[in-house]
Design a protein around this ligand. Structure first.
Ligand code: UGY
Ligand code: MN
Length: 263
């Protein structure tokens, strides 16, 4: 694997990759091929831009490794762009609207479009790994304004997904119409699956937190693993069977919601 585990130089075997890129449809991006991007505002961070408009998404997802006392101190997003950060590992201090949030593993913060998100590593001497998201907010009449939301997934109840006890869902943001998107975690016990191949207008950017699955992406069945990223574009057929022996196959993902399609 490349920069994530500092393995560089020639490798023993042939160059190969599980990544699949079908722009405007779906993509599988694996840890092995990630490269470090330099983005102004991020200090002492390794960053990879995952889903983005160049892939066909209307949002941007990032995998960020915050090192030492690094972070984003000048402020991320705002000016009409909402943001969301989830702590995959480690711990950070994040701030929005003058308030500070200590986010440990599983912690998250949603920042509405009129505010900026700042964060820094929590000084523990360890790197922190973040899944970071931004999307331009889609206004609507008579729905109110979204507010800052923070929590930890370990405190959120898992609900049976569409009547299936072996598939559990968590909603990280309120169901309020003020929000034009939500972030969820879906967790499948090995052997569990979706109830049908979904085909919907909404887009997803999904980061795999644990386990393994066989994923149907536009009717191509591909193995996916912890650390993989999946982009599912509008109308791209999608479903999974969880595989593996004991770990649930779980991923955090965004989904646009509560809005009509603009012409
Ligand atoms: O919420 C969803 O659309 C979700 N079930 N999609 C997915 O897991 N690919
Ligand atoms: Mn879906």
């Amino acid at each position: 694997m490349g920069y994530l585990n500092h393995q560089q130089g020639y490798r023993e075997g042939l160059l190969e990759s599980r990544a699949i890129i079908k722009k405007d449809n779906f993509a599988l991006i694996t840890p092995d091929g990630l490269v470090n991007n330099v983005v102004p505002g991020f200090e002492d961070c390794d960053i990879t831009i995952l889903g983005s408009p160049r892939l066909g998404a209307r949002f941007v997802d990032y995998l960020v490794t915050v090192k030492n006392q690094g972070g984003h101190k000048q402020g991320f997003a705002g000016e009409g762009v909402q943001s969301f950060v989830y702590v995959v590992s480690g711990a950070i201090k994040a701030k929005a609207d003058g308030k500070e949030y200590e986010l440990n593993q599983g912690g998250y913060l949603y920042v509405p479009p009129h505010l900026k998100l700042t964060f820094e590593n929590n000084n523990s001497g360890e790197d922190s790994r973040l899944f970071l998201y931004k999307k331009r907010y889609q206004e609507a009449e008579n729905v109110g304004k979204p507010e800052v939301v923070s929590g930890n997934v370990h405190d959120i109840k898992q609900e049976a997904y569409e009547g299936m006890e072996e598939v559990l869902i968590q909603d990280l943001l309120p169901k309020s119409l003020a929000f034009d998107m939500n972030i969820h975690i879906l967790s499948f016990k090995p052997g569990a699956s979706h109830g049908y191949v979904e085909t919907h207008v909404q887009e997803h950017g999904a980061y795999v937190l644990s386990g393994r699955g066989m994923y149907n992406l536009d009717n191509n069945w591909v193995p996916v693993d912890k650390g993989d990223y999946i982009f599912m574009g509008a109308y791209s057929p999608q479903a999974t069977y969880a595989i593996g022996l004991d770990e649930p196959f779980a991923y955090i993902y965004s989904k646009d919601a509560n809005r009509d399609i603009e012409l």
